[in-house]
Design a protein around this ligand. Sequence first.
Ligand code: 5RP
Length: 238
Amino acid sequence: MSESQPALTQQELKQQAAVYAVDTFIHSDMRVGLGSGSTAELFIEEVGRRSQAGILTGLVTVSSSEKSAELARSFGLEVKELADIEALDITVDGADEIETATFSLTKGRGGALLREKLVAAASTLEVIIADESKLVSILGEKMPIPVEVTPFGWTHTANRLRALGGEPALRMTGGQPYLTDGENYVLDCRFPPVTDAKDLAARIKGLTGVVEHGLFIGIAGRVVIAGKTGVYELEKGA
Ligand code: 5RP
């Protein structure tokens, strides 16, 4: 980019990553998992526009949130239940933190972590799209780890997370506990920088009361980043 051009906004960067993902990974007749959050929504809109224009045909989608499903349907895309589909070719989703060397992720600021993980697990390929602000050298650097818990006895589950070294805060909205699409609570847990994400993920998952956590380890296959120098794919291990 020449010096006279103004820097792109974060929204424009997200848009670039979304368009790259559609150009590179999405073809007609694919079974596509739809992520959640503002970047994933830009991807859904791009897929939707190309579907409406007849450029992409025969797509079947599965959504990771009610909000993304509604957006997809507004473009006339077919949205199926995950339970009604055997497998997905690809899912494209955003992330809150991306550990550059390992592709390990933190997700769930939008509260869709459980369904996002279920949709990702059913996909042959998980593609993450983001602007450069999401890159970290170690998980936990910028964001807490969201943990979805059952409302029943949630304070006890919070104590179990404390015993693992976390500082859980109940996510609130409009003065009430935030409810996920599955009607669970979210505890946003600050942990010291996560040196062994796999181990922490297993420990959190093992706690009574935990439904799912926002550590996505070994799930992302490709990572598309939009930054000052343009759109590029991260190289794992680099
Ligand atoms: C929602 C998510 C989102 O993908 C993540 O929060 C990134 O969102 P955005 O693209 O708005 O920054 O995990 O549960």
